[in-house]
Design a protein around this ligand. Structure first.
Ligand code: MEV
Length: 335
């Protein structure tokens, strides 16, 4: 049976990095998805087609000294494929099967941008592969296998991205380095959120180890900053429940300041953050691991178009989406 499984990307609203040190975080799904189609094969061969991933291909630019620079995004696609391979390997071990499959992956968002695409790829691959072979793995196990996939490929990952890709919505999550607990935050009103994306130069693992080095060097300062981020998350949880946009925004600003303190922001991310604020955002912050990637802002609805135009002017890509949508969706197709 052919299966199409899809899972959403995410934005971290509060608490990235501190979540690695046992503090809570709040994360929300976005309404942009990764789709994995899986058709079982009679032999044990696995084929992966990633032709639909948004890859601009090779970009040639000439810098101001006349030097030609070649850029390519193929590395990001190869990285997505390595998550698919590992997700299938772990699922085969879990189910103790070897069945082959033809897999096709496509994405509605840029991959490798800090929107949790690797977890969304892993979650939808595990679901599509197992269901197409007749095994209905429970959501909890899909999330766990996806987290294992991320840890194997990245070396280090909190369960945040795999959890939100599986369950969607708004989630408050706490992780002690081994086990984790999470709770959906119910009844959050639709947040007027704008996402801006700049090229990401560093991997999540690089940014996590940058923060670790800083904390190792300045343990007292580091511990206090991490602690404060945890306090922001607790306050933000209440502000979200009350839909207090002013406080939601101010807490984002404070969280961004502390992420900047931890050394994970960049000039480009700060640019997005400050453009959003100067155009009237309630608040804005980088979202995810940093080192490039995405920044988010809660913006009064009547200002959203202006913010989107301004982002384009500073070469940041606006990503228009609502947040808090469905987690994993599995569709069966006969034939
Ligand atoms: C990356 O999206 C968020 C980090 O907190 C790392 C993690 O939670 O695995 C930086």
């Amino acid at each position: 049976m052919e299966i199409i499984a899809s899972a959403p990307g995410k934005v971290t609203l509060y608490g990235e990095h501190a979540v690695v040190y046992g503090e809570p975080a709040i994360v929300s799904s976005i309404n942009k998805r990764i789709y994995v189609k899986c058709r079982p094969r009679r032999d044990n061969t696995i084929t992966i087609s990633a032709l639909n991933l948004s890859v601009p291909g090779i970009i040639l630019t000439i810098d101001k000294d006349g030097e030609i620079k070649i850029e390519t995004d193929y590395g990001r696609v190869l990285s997505a494929v390595s998550y698919i391979k590992e997700a299938i390997r772990l699922t085969q071990n879990y189910l103790d099967i070897k069945g082959g499959a033809d897999i096709t992956v496509s994405s509605e968002m840029p991959v490798g941008a800090g929107l949790g695409t690797s977890a969304a790829v892993a979650v939808s691959t595990i679901a599509a592969y197992s269901y197409s072979h007749g095994y209905r793995i429970p959501a909890k196990e899909i999330a766990r296998l996806s987290w294992e996939t991320e840890k194997t490929i990245q070396g280090l990952a909190s369960p945040m991205d795999s959890t939100i890709a599986t369950y969607g919505g708004f989630i408050y999550l706490k992780y002690d380095g081994k086990d984790f607990d999470f709770e959906p935050i119910e009844d959050v009103n639709e947040l007027p959120l704008v996402i801006g994306y700049t090229k990401r130069l560093y991997k999540t693992a690089d940014m996590v180890s940058k923060v670790k080095n800083l904390i190792d060097k300045y343990p007292l300062l580091g511990k206090n900053v991490i602690n404060l981020i945890g306090k922001i998350v607790e306050m933000a949880r209440e502000a979200l429940k009350r839909n207090d946009l002013t406080m939601i925004g101010e807490l984002m600003n404070i969280n961004h300041g502390l992420l900047e303190t931890l050394g994970v922001s960049t000039k480009e991310l700060n640019h997005i953050v400050y453009i959003m604020r100067s155009l009237g955002a309630y608040g804005s912050k980088l979202s995810g691991a940093g080192g490039g990637g995405v920044a988010i802002g809660v913006v009064p609805r009547e200002r959203i178009n202006e913010v989107i135009t301004a982002l384009k002017l500073i070469d940041a890509t606006p990503i228009e989406t609502s947040i808090g949508g469905s987690g994993l969706i599995i569709e069966e197709r006969d034939g």
